[in-house]
Design a protein around this ligand. Sequence first.
Ligand SMILES: [Zn+2]
Length: 451
Amino acid sequence: MLRIHDTRARQVVQLQPGRMVRMYTCGPTVYRHAHVGNLRTYVLADLVRRVLERRRVRVLACRNVTDVGHLNDTGVDKVVREAEVEGRSVRELARHYEATFDADTTALNVRPPEHAPRASESVEPMIELIAALVERGHAYALPDGSVFFDVRTFPTYGEISGNRLEELQPAHRIEAVDPRKRFHADWALWKPAEGELTWDSPWGRGFPGWHVECSAMALRFLGPSVDLHLGGIDLRFPHHEDERAQSDAATGHEVVRHWVHGEHLLFDGRKMAKSTGNVVLLSDVTAAGLDPLAVRMAFLEHRYRQQLNLTWDTLRAADRTLRRWRARVAEWAESPSAPMAGEHVARAEAALDDDLDTPATLRVLRELERDESVPPGARLESFLHLDQVLGLDLSADIGRAPVLPPGAGELLESRARARAAGDWKEADRLREELAELGVRVSDTPEGQTWA
Ligand SMILES: [Zn+2]
């Protein structure tokens, strides 16, 4: 069974699921395209799900869509602000970026969650949760219609991130300097407002805070016990601390059993951010002629708790491996079937169970690819079996007439010339280069052929 790193426990823990695992992943704020760094978290959630399902555990997944309440550093709703910039309605903007997010995750073979609630359509459970917190003395409502969480009523605040309440310094953010708060680290559960995207509540018209949205949706769609809660490492504090405080204070018990965080992704050594101009979208990857699953492959080449420095070179290398494996799988599919290579598959699966050691799993596949002592039919079955978890569409080329990958045509021509000139060394070198691209060259009396 899967062992995974629990941020709050600060160690790798053995999951002990019943027949079902309830998993919540903090979803996108739909005010712009998700970049490949954002998408890493969702591939992680998909991987956890697939590893568990291989162990016959049913996974009930919930991944929200934040279309209201996520404020920027100046206290303005990100979706509302971007709608103004782009000159479209808030709803139109949010639905547009939700659709592009769905298309991106689908292209990455991330299976859709059972529940994908929009925050704007789940306000009722949020109001109920806030009311419960007020009633239990964990939140206070002010005459202006705002409600704040009273963080000093939740003594174990900070257990996930290690940020102890007494050590927290007021940050220079609008939330922190708000004089209405009893304590600087208190946060807004409900904000008074009028206009589009506001709702009536017992405290007046307004909208919910981002943190309380996730607590309410997790409790509504997964129930009072959540086995796994996933998100990017940047959400650890304050978002997940606040979520934990709200959910636990409202229910009176520890709602989330394990908190799991995926590390950051860098591109060309820098954090992916609009301000530094190095945002890479999945559409940029496909526009460069690469398969979108090359991104998934590049993610799998690293452990989820490692910071990943992606470059165009690593993406192109991942794309080449992907195409080569698909070509090999298609070629092996022509051979008689044979049972899986049991020892290889067992090692690959053990690596997945070991806190998702995907690089080790890929190493086993590379070994198997080259191991001529294993019958092709057995290599085929092993690759297809493991692809159920890896999600790389390795069977995509089976039965398809082989198509030369980009650049292979030129290499074949160069090789024909080298052979004609009697330059066997160069011909051999080109044969290896072609093999790297998944093209197997054979020499026949009629000249070279490829498959
Ligand atoms: Zn969340």
